[in-house]
Design a protein around this ligand. Structure first.
Ligand code: ARG
Length: 246
């Protein structure tokens, strides 16, 4: 068959290499964390995180594919190279910075206590002698373990935050400590659980970052550039308003 006519406006096309398709980066996310990352009824991964990272990727010129990844194995999946980046409402901590690199922060968070509406708990200290549910290996787990003691059998660890909250509803724990955004969302969407939230000024401010493998500056630079761009042009604010109101 005759060769297709050369494109007149691009005389160099014949010798130029075929354009390389945009690189697809695999994003690990524990999609049991609404409204940040969760699965809808079509099993699609959706949420604030997804919108932010998708917008960052679009700005920075790469593609992303979100893969549901259990929290407990998530850091390892990055280490092993099974995931290129992690975006899972991950709090940037000094300890985690030893083993991976983080983007600029993209969201502020703080721990929040969930209890039954009739609970007498009024501050974090009141949990000392109670059974407290947390998601294993989260910052919530860290603060509760510190308060109750490393060997305390009253720290009840769950694979996901919703599982801990279900156990609170069932009466198996007296309180759950987790990130404010996910607790507020759960309480608002599960009125039958009859929960209330208790805040405490002793909880340190936390910030979420996108994680890459230590030393992957090429990807990290792209992410940070994209993040700065979506913050500057209003995209970030629009996504924020969609999930959390203006
Ligand atoms: N921000 C907390 C942490 O980094 C909890 C994040 C849990 N995220 C999730 N998708 N389950 O420890």
């Amino acid at each position: 068959p005759p060769a297709p006519a050369p494109v007149a406006s691009a005389p160099e096309a014949a010798s130029a290499p075929a354009p390389t398709p945009a690189k697809v980066y695999v994003v690990g996310t524990d999609a049991a964390y609404a409204p940040f990352e969760s699965q809808n009824d079509k099993a699609e991964i959706v949420g604030f995180t997804i919108d932010v990272v998708s917008a960052v990727a679009q700005k920075a010129g790469f593609e992303v594919k979100f893969v549901n990844t259990p929290w407990e194995g998530i850091f390892n999946s990055l280490q092993q190279g099974d995931r290129d980046l992690l975006s899972s409402s991950i709090t940037i901590t000094e300890e985690r910075k030893q083993t991976m690199d983080f983007s600029a922060p993209y969201f502020d968070a703080v721990q929040l206590i969930a209890v039954k509406a009739d609970s007498k708990v009024a501050r974090f200290d009141d949990l000392k002698k109670l059974k407290v549910g947390v998601q294993t290996g989260t910052t919530g787990d860290e603060v509760v373990t510190k308060l109750l003691g490393k060997t305390s059998s009253n720290v009840k660890r769950f694979e996901s935050t919703p599982l801990a909250l279900k156990e609170l509803e069932a009466g198996g724990v007296d309180a759950v400590v987790a990130d404010n955004g996910v607790v507020i969302h759960y309480v608002a969407n599960n009125p039958d659980a009859k929960f209330k939230t208790v805040s405490d000024s002793s909880f340190a401010p936390e910030q979420y970052g996108i994680a890459v493998k230590k030393g992957n500056t090429e990807l990290l630079d792209k992410i940070n550039k994209g993040l700065a761009d979506i913050k500057a042009d209003g995209t970030y604010d629009r996504i924020y308003a969609k999930y959390f109101g203006a």
